[in-house]
Design a protein around this ligand. Structure first.
Ligand code: UDP
Length: 323
């Protein structure tokens, strides 16, 4: 298939582009290059630089490419920033998203695989999280993704779109030359690895008084290669609707730091710090629907295996792609 990948110069978009092309698909990347990295762009893909907030940009790209399907990664994704500047998130993730959907409709493109998130669930009471768990986002980032899922459901009803919402849990890890390089890094694994890289004296543990076995937050860490595989399967699956992408097992922040110590051989001093606003105690997926629909299951289930891939990438790219 010919696939238009928005955000294909970003972290999950670049790894998925590699998987798509390896599987025999043709990829055209649409990316503003505001946060994407040119070094992350697969040389076998072509690139159109454009901004989703500009309808003419995405309409022009859609008309030129005439893709069979769209994979939509391009978005702002910082919870904290979204809580300070919600308009930035709704404008890019939702207004930009409407432009994308309208451009698809104008060109007769009906299939879209959308990068959604467990942040659309908010803080559910029951674990693990099912696709039917009520969605009550607790920050504008999660809300913007939830709104776009709902918008796409109307395009499904009215225009016959066939959307798949892949709700990622905690994306992490690296594959080959492709890794995590964010201008502002908030995620635990890259932040832990800054210590053995000599870029930070210690890692901060945001809260040890949560309602979890060791008091730190529990998350479901899903490797970016597993996410990319799920996208390739979702592209051709006879299915529309949401799918949770996680391992089904949660690990605490303390456990992640301990796993990073084992992988790197560095003592990694950790300092318990105040809670970060808006962090739920525990987020763990029930991934059985993705298994039933796609025959997909995470291959990376052990945090040490995941962190090892990230550690190799960060050692090879101590300053990210920027070198
Ligand atoms: N966290 C932490 N120190 C950091 C970064 C994150 O203790 O330097 C915690 C964070 O409070 C959360 C967990 O690690 O409980 C995962 O956070 P991350 O930002 O990686 O992902 P999120 O679950 O927020 O999407």
């Amino acid at each position: 298939m010919k696939v238009l990948v928005t955000g294909g110069a970003g972290y999950i978009g670049s790894v998925t582009t590699k998987h798509l092309i390896d599987a025999g698909h043709e990829v055209v990347i649409f990316d503003s290059m505001e946060l994407g990295h040119k070094e992350a762009i697969d040389p076998r893909a072509s690139l159109i630089v454009g901004d989703l907030r500009n309808y003419d940009d995405i309409l022009g790209a859609m008309q030129k490419v005439q893709p069979d399907a769209v994979m939509h990664f391009a978005a702002y994704a910082l919870v904290g920033e979204s809580s300070e500047n919600p308009g930035k998130y709704f404008r890019n993730n939702d207004v930009g998203g409407v432009n994308l959907a309208d451009a698809m409709q104008a060109c007769g493109v009906k299939r879209i695989v959308f990068s959604s998130t467990c942040a659309t669930y908010g803080q559910p009471e029951k674990m693990p999280i099912l696709e039917t768990t009520p969605q009550c986002p607790t920050n504008p980032y999660g809300q913007s993704k939830f709104i776009y899922e709902q918008m796409l459901r109307w395009y499904q009803k009215i225009h016959g779109f066939r959307p798949v919402f892949l709700r990622y849990f905690n994306a992490c890890g690296a594959e080959g030359g492709l890794g995590e390089d964010h201008a502002i890094e908030t995620h635990i694994i890259p932040n832990v690895l800054k210590v053995p890289l000599g870029k930070s004296p210690e890692v901060k543990i945001f809260g040890d008084d949560y309602n979890t076995p060791d008091g730190s937050c529990v998350r479901d860490y899903i490797h970016v290669s597993d996410l990319a595989r799920a996208h390739v399967l979702a592209l051709t699956a006879d299915y529309s609707g949401p799918l949770n992408l996680g391992t089904g097992v949660g690990f605490s922040v303390f456990e992640i730091v301990e796993a990073a110590r084992k992988v790197t051989g560095h003592p990694i001093p950790a300092v318990v710090s105040p809670r970060r606003a808006g962090d739920p105690d525990m987020l763990v997926a029930d991934p059985s629907e993705a298994k039933r629909v796609l025959g997909w299951e995470a291959e990376y289930k052990n945090p040490e295996d995941i962190i090892r891939t990230a550690w190799e990438w960060h050692q090879a790219h101590p300053n990210g792609y920027a070198e």
